[in-house]
Design a protein around this ligand. Sequence first.
Ligand code: NAD
Length: 525
Amino acid sequence: MRPAAERGAAGPQVATATSPAELRAVAERAVANLLEQVGAASGTVLNLIDGEWRPAASGATFETFSPVDRTVLAAVASSDAADVDVAARSSQRAFEKWRRLPANERKSLLMGLADLIERDAEEIALLEVIDAGQPLRFMRQAAKRGAENFRFFAERAASARDGLALPTDQQLNYTGRKPIGPVGVITPWNTPFMLATWKIAPALAAGCTVVHKPAEWAPLSAVKLARLALEAGLPAGVLNLVNGLGESAGKALTEHPAIKAIAFVGESVTGSRIMAQGAATLKRIHFELGGKNPVVVFDDADLQRALDATLFMIYSLNGERCTAGSRVLLQRGIYDEFTDGLAARAQRIKVGDPFDPYTEVGPLIHPEHLAKVTDYLERGQREGARLVTGGRADDLGGGYVRPTLFTGANRDMSIAKEEIFGPVLVAMPFEDEAEALAIANDVDYGLAAYLWTSDVARAHRFARELDAGMVWVNSQNVRHLPTPFGGMKASGIGRDGGDYSFDFYMETQNVAIALGEHAIPKLGA
Ligand code: NAD
């Protein structure tokens, strides 16, 4: 058998494994292969800095567990400011060459990386399942979406620098864009691979270099991405990977003077910390933060489709999803029927082993997160809401929460205002449009909103009034990559997607050229 380093993917078993146990075994082999590929004889997940796999300078490590059964998957380099400094300086050196590489060459390298992601998509999906606990049925799509992200932005690498011509009678002004420099990308654990590619692909296509700090609770797919970047031939230092905890490695990255911008996805409270940490070096920041997204259903809607979409948007991805529709606002006349329908279907959702391709809800990522979600289940009941279905599923093992529905809630309850980030839906009735809007906007967040109505005028009117960066009407969250993605209020600063991403990773420059001899004031003449 060829050595793992040459095999690339977890091997031919990937295609043939079908039972959850077989898939789990393949995932375990994928972890072992990954460790072997990155040259870690010690079984430690290393950093990739300047094209070399290295432990943290201090030798420190932390462990990553599988949410499926809490077994330790690997020890991971626990980096600090010293490692970040080496990585940032490497990215700075690499930037000078990468930015000058003809855009078409950057494009073909990134297209090559997309092909490798596609090649190993099943393996990437299995790494996400074992490390993040997300069900395989969704992770297969997410891995492919990672390749799509690279292709989409690589295709636009050349046009990213294009600008405008803004002539006057006397001067020709033209604008162009240049990559801002080395950037830090800090990502969360909920769909780690897809989210990392969503940030890293546009940055690299724009001509920036990247230091990536993945989430400590699910770091493995980031190692896979860095490994594939090397295989695709990206020059050393173009994508550096620094593993570590947020408060050490993450913080150091946000404070490093060579890092010109921070693209961050995570909790709102972490966003404020990063803003403070980056102030001294005047970091440009882009934040994709939390959400408490409303699903507003009027009585004239297609109720069956609204029901399907509501269930999908809260219970898929274990509810660990920034765009989860976690509050459903129902017009009074349909409230009972709709909540009955939600409860009946929620009870039939398949909860269990995320390696089972039929599983719809898997385990929550970590005991700390389970404790947070459990606390909301208790608080909701203490506050007077009714837990109609769901709750902890300790019979399935440690980390499961069944699809949960609260009724009888009101907008002042913590379960109706705060992000739970688990499979917990809170239903509230409303009388009319004005009340629906008041409830929908009465939270600190403003990421996404979902609106169900067959009244076209109301759809436009209501969408315009919603404080949300993204509004889907009669639709679940369907992404179109050129459209802006991001939130208002505590849900974020800035937008991703299409040209919005390039605007963040690039500086706009204006050049003004005199077309003749315009008057120049003659001081001291
Ligand atoms: P988190 O904020 O705890 O951690 C995210 C990342 O930030 C991790 O890599 C962590 O190590 C790092 N970090 C923590 N403290 C830091 C610091 N002081 N300086 C620098 N980096 C630091 O978030 P999480 O629990 O991993 O993820 C869940 C959150 O992410 C939820 O709130 C969810 O809504 C949000 N999210 C938002 C989007 C979006 O697009 N808006 C997408 C996915 C997840």
